[in-house]
Design a protein around this ligand. Structure first.
Ligand SMILES: NC(=O)c1ccc[n+]([C@@H]2O[C@H](COP(=O)([O-])OP(=O)(O)OC[C@H]3O[C@@H](n4cnc5c(N)ncnc54)[C@H](O)[C@@H]3O)[C@@H](O)[C@H]2O)c1
Length: 324
């Protein structure tokens, strides 16, 4: 794959992290650091070394980096519930901002050469049309603000601590591994496709729509959904790029196509009888519309998506849910 052996993955027992681990353990030594708050034992890959711990524990991180001669950190550990972030800013500040600061400081005078960070499209706020990486950032909720601050921290210490970074701004992630062993378990994040998958097996499925008065074609929020396996591929390609070229970069990770909540529900409805749609008021922090301009990722990484079919993404999530 590329000449890196030892990789630390924070949040590797979570949804996206476990998919990255599943790919990397084929050829690399993978160490997972996770406090299992929204991660699950079931998602921990047996071929990886699992360390139960917290990114807020700097001594522990330094020890892990030293003992395992870590060259790359893929940093996914974070809290990600928007509503909770608004109601409990301190909790999110400590975990997502201070936790990232800890991790970065632990890289001082160490073997770490690369940091790949899970950022979010929420750093852009509300945008009209496809958004590119140069757009001025304008987070609209506290979770998004913590992601922006974490990006800034990673950038700020890059020269001083001599690492390259890859900041990956994920759009909405869905789907599951074809191995059937891993997928999204946590239900607290309020993800639409996860909710659909949960309802798929119910006799009377109910889907809530939070707000139908947004400034979009049908009044519901528009998002760009990316299959988790395409996102895994982006991590591998980004790591290869930053490591071999000794260059840092920031990339949008989406497909460049926006679907409204109603678009997604209509697809689900085709295969689901008796679906009830429950209209509710807007959720705090939700923006009208955000979808990616993918020109940069396609030209720099020569990335070609393999799973960019929304019906298949929904199907993949439903299939995984049926195994739980
Ligand atoms: N899922 C999405 O659609 C999406 C979109 C944009 C960005 N992201 C980002 O991707 C990352 C992973 O998200 P996910 O969907 O896999 O969520 P997840 O909750 O499944 O994964 C997060 C993992 O981090 C762990 N964790 C949290 N705080 C920790 C701490 N202090 N120390 C150690 N471990 C800790 C959790 O136990 C969990 O295993 C997050 O940083 C999130 O902000 C996700």
């Amino acid at each position: 794959m590329f000449k890196i052996k030892n990789i630390l993955i924070t949040g590797g027992a979570g949804y996206i992290g476990s998919h990255i681990v599943e790919k990397l353990v084929e050829k690399k030594n993978v160490i997972i650091l996770d406090n299992l708050i929204t991660g699950y034992k079931k998602l921990i890959n047996k071929k990886a070394k699992f360390i139960y711990g917290d990114i807020r524990d700097r001594k522990k991180i330094s020890k892990i980096i030293k003992n395992h001669k870590i060259e790359t950190i893929i940093h996914l550990a974070a809290f990600l519930n928007v509503k909770e972030s608004e109601n409990n800013k301190k909790k999110y500040y400590k975990n997502n901002i201070q936790g990232t600061l800890n991790l970065v400081h632990a890289c001082k005078n160490s073997t770490v050469k690369n940091i790949i960070f899970s950022s979010s499209c929420s750093v852009y706020g509300n945008v009209k049309g496809a958004v590119n990486e140069k757009k001025k950032l304008n987070p609209q909720n506290y979770y998004a603000f913590t992601k922006l601050k974490a990006e800034e921290i990673i950038k700020r210490f890059s020269n001083k601590y001599k690492y390259q970074y890859g900041i990956l701004r994920y759009f909405n992630v869905a789907g599951a591994s074809s191995s059937g062993k891993i997928g999204e378990i946590e239900t607290s994040h309020g993800h639409l496709i996860k909710n659909i998958a949960i309802q798929a097996s119910k006799k009377k499925p109910i889907i809530s729509i939070y707000g139908n008065d947004y400034n979009t074609k049908d009044g519901t929020c528009i998002r760009d959904y990316i299959h988790v396996l395409d996102l895994v591929d982006i991590h591998i390609k980004t790591l290869k790029y930053v490591n071999t070229k000794s260059k840092s970069l920031i990339l949008n990770c989406g497909y460049g196509k926006g679907y409204s909540v109603l678009d997604i529900i209509k697809i689900f409805k085709k295969t689901t009888k008796n679906l009830i749609i429950n209209y509710k008021t807007r959720r705090i922090g939700d923006v009208d519309m955000v979808y990616a301009d993918v020109t940069k990722i396609k030209s720099i990484l020569k990335w070609k998506p393999k799973y960019n079919n929304i019906k298949k993404i929904i199907k993949s999530s439903i299939k995984w849910e049926s195994t739980l």
